[in-house]
Design a protein around this ligand. Structure first.
Ligand code: INI
Length: 170
């Protein structure tokens, strides 16, 4: 492959990943479902925008963010998906054991992708307040912000493409 030394000083390539033909698994936590439902809606809208077929998307719910890694690992290891997206919301102000939930959720998601060689995307909000969660799960412009569920889709599709390109070139 090699590298073009002179091209590196230009801007990083913009990722506009196609979702066509991609099979995507989504695991969503029910805790704070007023927020996780918004993230899920953002993710599904983005998948549709990117051209992923509805039949190629599966959604599985789990009780809380702490339960996400197990389901994500099982889904990633099933061979059915090009990527798995995890969606959850942990709010520091709501719990005395924020660190015990948010940390293991992030670490577990990392372990799931390393154990399976399938991208497992961390779409779990870890925020201080409910308002922060709302501005990171925007639906139809109802807040000034963005939707991390939609962002997770583009990360998933980009990683699926990166791994596919690497495998093809190897
Ligand atoms: N789970 C979440 O997804 N978000 C939270 O904010 C949260 N709080 O606040 O505690 C939370 N707790 C539940 C946890 O994920 C597990 O479901 C539970 O501990 C059982 O294992």
């Amino acid at each position: 492959m090699g590298v073009d030394f002179k091209a590196v000083d230009s801007a990083a390539p913009q990722a506009q990943p196609s979702g066509q033909g991609r099979r995507i698994g989504i695991v969503v936590a029910r805790w704070n479902d007023a927020i996780t439902t918004r993230l899920l809606r953002g993710a599904l809208a983005q998948l549709e925008l990117r051209g992923t077929a509805a039949d190629d998307v599966d959604v599985h719910w789990v009780p809380g963010a702490f339960e996400i890694p197990l389901m994500a690992k099982i889904m990633a290891g099933s061979g059915r998906y090009d990527a798995v997206i995890t969606i959850g919301c942990v709010i520091r102000g709501d719990t005395a054991h924020f660190e015990y939930v948010a940390g293991p959720a992030a670490e577990g998601v990392l372990q799931a992708q390393l154990a399976t060689d399938v991208p497992v995307i961390f779409g779990v909000l870890t925020v201080e307040t409910r308002h922060q969660a709302l501005v990171r799960s925007v639906i139809d412009g109802d807040y000034e912000g963005d939707n991390k569920g939609a962002e997770a889709v583009d990360t998933a599709l980009e990683m699926a493409q990166v791994l596919e390109d690497f495998a093809r070139a190897s």
